[in-house]
Design a protein around this ligand. Structure first.
Ligand SMILES: COc1cccc(Nc2ncc(-c3ccc(C(=O)NCC(=O)Nc4ccccc4)cc3)c(OCC3CCNCC3)n2)c1
Length: 334
């Protein structure tokens, strides 16, 4: 039957998203009962983009961060890739902004600090996202943001390839140098996209918009945009420092971390380091050892191989249960 590789491991539910060559389904991890998002990619549809999936999977294995959706398991078959990922129950930031029309400066600041934290972290690991937009920012059950890259656009920094048509659906967030097809640095393009994001959070609409793609490109390249009169001066200043057409004049992520607009309520720079570490949690280890009838030493050895198989997923999901204050228990005894 369809998706037979998942039988007994995950209980598949409805499709929660699809686009390009990926479909995302809600599923339940059988052993913990925790919800996950399973991104299913058809190798035949991927064609020459297949290497991008391998880049993405390798990236995800190294990107452990409180504001990045976690990868739990990878299943590869002859025709498909399955990525078992962290499920965010509150959906896309896009829908949240639409539902509230626009956010207060204080609420925008809380979200924007989380976005800056995630982007600073991926940049420090040598990656650029290149498709930052509200559809790629999801909300977990505590209203915290989790950055995803649904369209496989994240890449090691730098490198020019006008894949704009293929993966970045709406270029409204794309930097001038990107839409001009010039050589560009992914990290600098990300800073521009974050400027568009901040504008959308505060105003509820986009600074550059046009139904005709050519006009949209021209508006982006002009760098001229309006700001509503009610927008605060500090907000206007920060947005102008990010929406600089010349990437060399654009604010850098390092300066953004300590920018007065971002530190207004806390007076501490944005914390971008990961809160996760590779130390195996004792409670999770004990539950796994009992379940599989192994010694804790043997279990720790198996978990720390980080094979991104069902054991890796079960360990991570037990850890999620613990972090959310739920009992560190597996549901069925095998
Ligand atoms: C209406 O949507 C709703 C409604 C209610 C709940 C949810 N919950 C919910 N949770 C989780 C997901 C998800 C997580 C990760 C990935 C992924 O592709 N990771 C790979 C990744 O992040 N790489 C990466 C990250 C950073 C740097 C480098 C690489 C894909 C999907 C989801 O998807 C739904 C789609 C729909 C179309 N827009 C995008 C989201 N949806 C969604």
């Amino acid at each position: 039957s369809e998706y037979s590789e998942l039988r007994g491991l995950y209980h598949l539910r409805e499709t929660i998203g699809s686009g390009g060559f990926a479909k995302v389904k809600l599923a339940y991890h059988a052993l913990t009962g925790e919800r996950v998002a399973i991104k299913i990619m058809d190798k035949r549809k991927l064609g020459e983009d297949l290497p991008r999936v391998k880049t993405e999977i390798d990236a995800m294995k190294n990107l452990w961060h409180q504001h990045i959706c976690k990868l739990f398991q990878v299943i590869e078959t002859e025709t498909k890739f399955y990525m078992v990922l962290e499920y965010c129950p509150e959906g896309e930031l896009f829908d949240y902004i639409v539902s509230k029309d626009k956010l207060s400066e204080d609420e925008a600041r809380i979200f924007f600090r989380q976005i800056v934290s995630a982007v600073a972290y991926i940049h420090s690991n040598g990656y650029a996202h290149r498709d930052l937009k509200p559809e790629n920012l999801l909300l977990d059950e505590d209203q915290n943001l989790k950055l995803i890259d649904f369209g496989l656009c994240a890449k090691p920094k730098g490198g020019m390839d006008n894949h704009l048509q293929t993966c970045c659906g709406s270029p409204a967030y794309a930097a001038p140098e990107l839409v001009s097809g010039l050589e560009y640095l992914g990290s600098e393009a990300d800073l521009w996209s974050m400027g568009i994001l901040l504008y959308a959070l505060l105003c509820g609409y986009l600074p550059f918009d046009d139904d005709r793609i050519k006009n949209l490109y021209e508006k982006i390249q002009s760098g001229k945009y309006e700001t509503p009169s009610w927008l605060g001066e500090e907000s206007k200043l920060l947005i102008s420092q990010m929406l600089q057409v010349n990437p060399k004049h654009r604010i850098t992520i390092r300066h953004l971390l300590k920018h007065p607009w971002l530190t207004k309520d806390t007076n501490v720079p944005v914390e971008w380091q990961s809160k996760y570490n590779r130390k195996v949690d004792e409670d999770c280890l004990t539950e796994l050892a009992v379940h599989y009838g192994k010694s804790k030493e043997e279990m720790e050895y198996m978990v720390t191989e980080w094979k991104y198989d069902y054991l890796t997923a079960t360990y991570f999901l037990l850890l999620e249960k613990k972090l959310k204050g739920r009992p560190v228990r597996l549901l069925t005894k095998s």
